[in-house]
Design a protein around this ligand. Structure first.
Ligand code: ADP
Ligand code: MG
Length: 685
């Protein structure tokens, strides 16, 4: 099998240069790639119904016998119509084909076939137009449907896959130790790889899917499990006392119990510290994570160590800088911001001052660790909005030989069932308390034609002293047919708001301009901020009370929830308006979830139901690489099964060097690869 990845796809029987080009678009370059290109769905041809019951419904199968063979007729425009009469045992129906004589011609008197299509009743007779047809006594009744692209159909791909499977050895070598297959009741790899494409029946398909989905999750669990069991890095950072209480009096508010509890958990990790703290602070948007980070930073800095605080965007880093400066006023600790807009000379000076230990708390983007930044004595790394940092980046830090305490903060609630997978290597603190006086954010979904009314509503809020965000999915005009940031004022806002009250923010602006606009908005000098999703993460302007999201169908649930979290940051009522003309079922399910709830955990669970666990992880959001097989919510039990198996392997003291783990080991190192380097090196192997 492995060597088939070295066989070019155009060496496969039936694949010419054109097809090879189309397949390349689907990411298929070798015969091995094609074999690993699993079907997107399956058509089940095993459930039959009658014409009467199928009538008016879509995509139904009917088992029929031909009662009159093909007749043909030429109609106006030179088109040919071919007709056959068939019976389902109760009624007779006409099967009609246009310009395609091949299929109807092959259907012979008295023989049985299965038709798949849409049945209509026309002039007292049932009719089915251009159905798919299969022989009734074929060996299989379930067929693969592949993701197709223009130029190549699913059926064509199926044909190629068939040829590719013929190139496999009689029995494909097993990739998993026999005892795991046995214990977790899984089929062989050979069976799985063949039946995932062409199963004989639904049961075989179920077995094959189970095995392949298990494999994917098993690799993650195993990798993360190893990281967790071995990344307990010993540390010689000495935090002697919990002095956080003396910091509380510097804060402009009373901390919630959840905040105090989380701070306590962090400090306890560090004080008992033979090993470095490795903790996740999970809390929904607006739950007050920054204050927790500040208190923990205080404790470390007062113990004489440096703290690095990293944010995913410059905007957020500079906001944190402002917040920290406020919180730490009077503490005597020195704080600096390292950002892209610094001039080379300034940067160099700051770097030297960091290196000699002048600064206690250093705030910046994640470039802080990836650059050649040198610290005097780094004691704690805080990463905010951790879902933007992948598992692999965390590994990179450990690989640099640093063993500071780490605190990662994430506002993306993860369904409890999956938290262990995504954050399997971390201890977790949860901010499960809403801040005092906060109200829920009322959320509405509207069509574009209601936009003028929505703008009036927004105007009302800004007239009353509030501020508003308007989010667009794109920066420039004509970008994939969406409402854009650049022309929004001219096209939509003009006449409603004065230009000097409106600011524009997007990722392509230079950091200094971004900063300036964000400051103006934060200071209340702008009433409306038209922005891309650069404001999605973390931005905190308490006076912003309404957010309107254009082309809302372009965003996933967690992204919408994140965006909505930009408002509702004071005790005043806030609003979220989703604008979309989309009729698609998927997007409307997302909108319904959003309008129904403000609870991030509930929404993450809904998101998981709509997308399935594989897709859920696969987005960069969670920092876990894509998986190759599509999954459904019901597959969660396989996630658990894989986790049990992985833990069993790890607890048995396995080092993956035995021959039965050869394949797993190589797959593992590919999965946890970063920039072509094996990030897990030294930890897993
Ligand atoms: P997030 O969890 O989304 O990062 P922030 O840390 O930005 O939330 O906090 C949201 C807002 O609530 C900030 O303006 C912060 O100063 C304020 N805040 C934090 N903790 C409290 C508290 N205990 N009481 C009142 N306001 C608080
Ligand atoms: Mg935050």
């Amino acid at each position: 099998m492995a060597s088939l990845f070295k066989v070019d796809i155009n060496k496969l029987k039936g694949v010419g240069p054109k097809s090879a080009q189309y397949l390349a678009k689907l990411g298929i370059l070798s015969v091995g790639d094609l074999i690993n290109f699993y079907p997107r769905a399956y058509e089940d041809w095993s459930n039959f119904t009658s014409f009467a019951l199928a009538c008016g419904q879509k995509d139904k199968c009917i088992r029929v016998q031909v009662v009159r063979e093909m007749t043909s007729q030429r109609v106006r425009g030179g088109k040919m119509i071919y007709k056959i009469s068939v019976s389902d045992g109760i009624d007779v129906a006409d099967v009609v084909f246009f310009n395609n004589r091949f299929t109807p011609q092959s259907m012979k008197q008295e023989n049985f076939y299965i038709l798949r299509g849409n049945v209509k009743r026309i002039g007292g007779r049932y009719e089915i137009i251009a159905p798919k047809v299969k022989n009734a006594n074929g060996a299989r009744n379930i067929f693969p449907v592949y993701a197709q692209t223009s130029g190549i159909t699913s059926q064509k791909i199926a044909g190629f896959v068939k040829n590719a499977l013929e190139m496999l050895p009689e029995t494909v070598p097993e990739t998993m130790p026999a005892w795991i297959l046995d214990k977790y009741n899984l089929c062989s790899y050979d069976f799985a790889i063949k039946n995932i494409h062409f199963p004989k029946n639904p049961n075989d398909l179920k077995k094959a899917r189970e095995r392949l989905v298990f494999d994917e999750f098993f690799i993650y669990q195993l990798g993360l499990g190893f990281i967790k069991s071995q990344s307990r890095t010993p540390t010689n950072i000495e935090i002697k006392e919990n002095n956080t209480k003396e910091f509380y009096k510097f804060l402009p508010f009373e901390l919630t119990n959840a905040q105090k509890r989380s701070i306590g958990e962090c400090v306890k990790d560090m004080i008992s510290g033979e090993y470095a703290m490795n903790r996740l602070l999970q809390g929904d948007v607006g739950s007050g994570k920054t204050a927790v980070a500040a208190a923990v930073s205080y404790c470390v800095a007062k113990s004489g160590y440096q703290v690095a605080v990293m944010a995913p965007t410059e905007i957020l880093a500079s906001q944190h800088y402002d917040t920290f400066c406020k919180f730490f006023k009077g503490t005597g600790l020195k704080i600096c911001l390292v950002c892209g807009s610094l001039r080379a000379k300034e940067k160099k000076r700051i770097q030297q001052e960091i290196e000699c230990g002048f600064f206690d708390i250093i705030i910046g983007t994640h470039a802080l660790i990836s650059e050649k930044m040198k610290f005097k004595n780094l004691g704690l790394v805080v990463t905010d909005e951790q879902h933007r940092f992948g598992v692999n980046q965390r590994l990179a830090l450990i690989n640099k030989g640093m063993s500071p305490h780490t605190l990662v903060m994430s506002a993306t609630p993860i369904p409890r069932t999956l938290a262990l997978i995504v954050y399997g290597d971390l201890d977790i603190s949860v901010l499960d308390e809403t801040l005092p006086g906060r109200q829920s954010i009322d959320t509405y979904k509207i069509d574009e034609n209601k936009r003028p009314r929505a703008l009036n509503f927004i105007k009302g809020i800004t007239d009353a002293g509030g501020q508003a965000y308007i989010v667009c999915a794109g920066i420039d005009e004509n970008e994939n047919d969406i409402v854009d940031v650049s022309t929004y004022y001219e096209k939509i806002l003009k006449g409603v708001f004065d230009e000097q009250n409106v600011g524009i923010l997007h990722g392509k602006m230079n950091p200094k301009d971004k900063d300036e606009i964000m400051k103006k908005f934060a200071d209340g000098d702008l009433k409306v901020l038209i922005s891309t999703t650069v404001i999605e993460v973390g931005v905190d302007v308490a006076n912003a009370r309404v957010i309107m999201i254009e082309n809302a169908e372009r965003f996933g649930i967690s992204q919408l929830h994140q965006l909505r979290g930009r408002v509702g940051r004071s005790d005043k009522k806030s609003y979220c308006i989703l604008v979309s003309n989309s009729k698609s079922k998927d997007s409307n399910q997302r909108f319904s979830a959003m309008t129904a709830s403000n609870d991030g955990f509930y929404l993450s669970e809904e998101d998981l139901k709509l997308r399935g666990p594989g897709d859920f992880f696969g987005t960069n959001q969670h920092g876990v690489p894509n998986i190759g097989i599509s999954t459904r919510y019901e597959d969660i039990y396989l996630v658990k099964k894989a986790q049990d198996a992985a833990m069993e392997v790890i607890n048995s003291g396995e080092d993956l060097n035995s021959p039965e783990f050869k394949f797993i080991k190589s797959k593992l190192s590919k999965t946890f690869e970063i920039n072509g380097e094996n990030a897990a090196k030294g930890i897993i192997f």
